[in-house]
Design a protein around this ligand. Sequence first.
Ligand code: FAD
Length: 470
Amino acid sequence: LPSQSRPALDAAIGRIRESVEGAVLTGADEIAAYARDRSAYDPGPTTFAVVIADSVADVRAVARACTEFAVPLVARGAGSGYAGGATASPGAIVLSLERLDAITEIDVESQTCVVGAGVITADVSRAVLAHGLRYAPDPASASISTIGGNIATGAGGLCCVKYGVTRESVLGLDVVLADGRLVSTGHRSVKGVAGYDLTALVIGSEGTLGIVVGATLRLLPLPPGRPVTIAAFFASAEAAVRASVALGSTRLRPSMLEFVDEVHLGRIDAWRGTHLLDQGQALLLVQTDGLEAAREADVLAAALAAAGGTVELTADPGRADELLAIRRWTSQEAVPIPEVTLNEDIAVPRSKLVEMIARIREIRTRHDVVITVLAHLGDGNLHANIRVPLTDLDGDGSVPSRAADAAAALVTAALDLGGTITGEHGIGVLKRQWLRQELGDEQYALQQGLKRYFDPLGILNPGKVFPSGP
Ligand SMILES: Cc1cc2nc3c(=O)[nH]c(=O)nc-3n(C[C@H](O)[C@H](O)[C@H](O)COP(=O)(O)OP(=O)(O)OC[C@H]3O[C@@H](n4cnc5c(N)ncnc54)[C@H](O)[C@@H]3O)c2cc1C
């Protein structure tokens, strides 16, 4: 097991100071911002230090020092994760990749770009837009998250229903291994099947197999014309979900297919003074893009109306932004009653969505908790967020057992329906108790074996994904 001791950490810091040009932070005030991510997970008082790498050479030097002294090494992008993955492990060096933020190449003919791991996702999109290109994955956190973090978590987003998640947009990676070796995986061509697909293995590995320092990303042509947006209110969540599944029969693929349930709509009404619940108990937001956007939107709107929806269709960007703001209104800061949110991120096959919605309703009642549901419905991915007012926390600050039980019931229901415990946020700390249940004993052991092969000392993000080091 990696060391958790102060002397080992101090020895590693000493070695790092000898060889690294980036910043080394050890003061309590300077490291505080690197202790946690955006999840409810609080690791409590932890001894750790922070290195902000200036270069790939810095990252390699940090890995070598951590190997030499068996010190835990936690890669960190922007800390916007929802699974506790970037939280500081005891005795760790938290290695921030934020300064590896160069976009070194945009190859317009090949429709690829080469970026550092610390580039903010939205900056990639902006940079390639000028060339008529698009980096398709669009997590709602795009303005704050890094490409390295997106790759490490396998991030999804609003337009992934048509264009795929992060995985589909990564051709190759530069990865620093636990002992400081640097490997380049994948290929620059769109196709490439030489050897095992280590790029795919590292995507979603949450800093437990290696540290992503750079990536070759696949770009797409920017769809011509203006997107068209459809808002459809329904009498119930089940009706909205049924309508979304029925869109399959139009043989069209919208570029967005999002869902907001009645609990979330009610909270917006209460705190924003809107009257969304007067229009219906659930909202679908659908978008089409490309040359045929208007015709496709007409067909989809007709199908939604036939399924019982009250439909509004707009090509006006201002009105579209107003409608999408309903979906984007997720920020905890906007909630006037302070609360803790358990961000559940289950996904089920689309054919099971109606049943999953019914199970969520039942779990809400059985465990007496508030659960809001926002969903990337086209991907079967439901953010069933359990909201606990701070006043309901236990004396020691932990969430009450009924909330924890509700979280367990949600993931169990998703697994029962052939789904997964996490569609896009990753395992981190918060979902690791259920990973074996999803993978089964054989595959769980195989995955632990892979971890041991990549990281024999167990220094890379220990305690994340798996309960402890190998
Ligand atoms: C308002 C908001 C909206 C969000 N919306 C979405 C959404 O739509 N879709 C979605 O998928 N997620 C969403 N998230 C969650 C989060 O933004 C994503 O998980 C994102 O990919 C994390 O990126 P990051 O740079 O902040 O990574 P961090 O939080 O810093 O790290 C996440 C994990 O990746 C590892 N890691 C980070 N960088 C590297 C690296 N270079 N090499 C190896 N490992 C690394 C960390 O150790 C950790 O395990 C949202 C979060 C917020 C706060």
